[in-house]
Design a protein around this ligand. Structure first.
Ligand SMILES: Cc1cc2nc3c(=O)[nH]c(=O)nc-3n(C[C@H](O)[C@H](O)[C@H](O)COP(=O)(O)O)c2cc1C
Ligand SMILES: [Fe+2]
Ligand SMILES: [Fe+2]
Length: 388
């Protein structure tokens, strides 16, 4: 286990997972992922969440080492998703005296996942309730739909620690040397993105707490510069663009639409666009494309026409954006078709359904291969997109 220091009496007992193929059967995790779990040692001992079933043995060993012979009095359950809740029954069986702490929505869900009857051992808490462990005291703050209904976070008063559930989480094992924002943003928009309003509600409650440290369920413990992380969550959850820039996302069968997309990137850069990211929706990581769509204030969509519609990976991308509540962005369209180009009309049809979108008037329509006239049209489209 990586040595992660929290405080003298709060120990890290989580585990890194470095050989999982896809997180939630969907997201590539080149640097793995951590399932964080913590134990608070006081007059009473509380375990803060369990870990994924894949790391059961390692976690139990970490816990035993941290306990040095003591028993567990409470298991605090902030979230019932199996990457954190898989070992509830295991722990309940190992420590028969242990009480389980959750809210009114936690326990019915627990019965769906586990056959064990835990009703006699359940402590049902609500907003603002406290749990005294000795010098440590946990206050529970409900965070419904961030991103499951039963989610709650816990604030430990004496050491000013927020146990933030999946909030402020990040892909990447704890020893991954990588930028926090890049993988935290990809995590946020793909997993929590749809629930901006609920995250905003939680941030408002958190603003009333004096927080010195954030302990999330994935990724590093945040101890310094908390305003930076809270600031990122404020931007992300309010759907404001984070950076001035353009994502060019293309869907190309034989490469001609790709050629136009690359040309468009060059034109945008020549016209002064601050940052232009480009993604091949057939091949690049879809989650990264979604992340970049939210990150920048502008986007170019370029798609081949396919069976009277758009190429499927573009449709998939736009479906993801719609389901994540994508909004407040400016978008330009390039389509390609050999007999009846229809991709732009279909792409616009999806984006028109979203809130506060600005869709460029001009559309570049290519017949098979980009011509000089198309390049002139793309210059004009770039100007329209970059205009304030
Ligand atoms: C299976 C398939 C279906 C297609 N359907 C259409 C269509 O409905 N209308 C159209 O104008 N072109 C259609 N096309 C042609 C492509 O959109 C066109 O060749 C375009 O130039 C491809 O751009 P690309 O080089 O980026 O793949 C289809 C191509 C394929 C392979
Ligand atoms: Fe989750
Ligand atoms: Fe999680």
């Amino acid at each position: 286990m990586k040595d992660v220091t929290i405080t003298d009496n709060i120990l890290y007992i989580g585990a890194d997972d470095k050989d999982l193929d896809l997180f939630e059967s969907q997201y590539i995790i080149p640097n793995g992922v951590s399932y964080n779990s913590y134990v608070i040692l006081d007059e009473k001992v509380a375990v803060m969440d369990t870990v994924d079933a894949r790391k059961k043995e390692e976690w139990l060993a970490n816990l035993e080492q941290a306990l040095v012979g003591r028993t567990v009095d409470y298991l605090v359950i902030s979230h019932m998703e199996p990457d954190h809740a898989a070992n509830i029954q295991v722990l309940a069986e190992k420590y028969p005296e242990m009480k389980l702490v959750g809210n009114a929505k936690t326990f019915p869900m627990m019965q769906q996942f586990f056959a064990m009857d835990l009703s006699e051992r359940s402590v049902v808490v609500k907003e603002g309730d406290t749990l005294h462990l000795g010098t440590h005291e946990l206050t529970f703050v409900m965070a419904p739909m961030v991103h499951w209904p039963e989610v709650m976070v816990s604030y430990e008063k004496s050491e000013k620690i927020l146990f933030s559930a999946d909030g402020f989480g990040k892909f990447g094992a704890l020893d991954a040397e990588e930028d926090w924002a890049c993988e935290a943003r990809r995590y946020y928009f793909n997993i929590v993105g749809k629930y901006g309003a609920q995250v905003q509600a939680l941030l408002k409650k958190a603003a009333n707490l004096d927080i010195a440290m954030i302990c999330p369920l994935h990724g590093p413990i945040l101890k310094e510069n908390l305003a930076y992380y809270l600031g990122k969550y404020e931007i992300w959850s309010s759907y404001q663009p984070e950076d001035d820039g353009v994502l060019v996302a293309y869907a190309s069968i034989h490469g001609n639409t790709k050629g136009a997309a690359i040309k468009m990137k060059e034109i945008l850069e020549a016209k002064g666009a601050k940052k232009v990211a480009i993604t091949d929706l057939s091949r690049d990581d879809m989650a990264e494309a979604i992340e970049d769509a939210f990150r920048y204030d502008k986007m170019v969509l370029a798609s081949a026409t396919y069976d009277g519609g758009m190429f499927p990976c573009m449709e998939d991308f736009l479906h993801h954006l719609k389901s994540k509540n994508f909004q407040k962005r400016k978008v330009a369209f390039i389509e390609n078709g050999s007999w009846a180009p229809m991709a732009a009309k279909n792409m616009k049809g999806i984006l028109e359904q979203l809130k506060e979108m600005t869709l460029c008037e001009k559309t570049v329509s290519i017949k098979s291969v980009m011509k000089e006239a198309n390049i002139a049209e793309m210059e004009a489209l770039a100007e329209e997109l970059l205009a304030k």
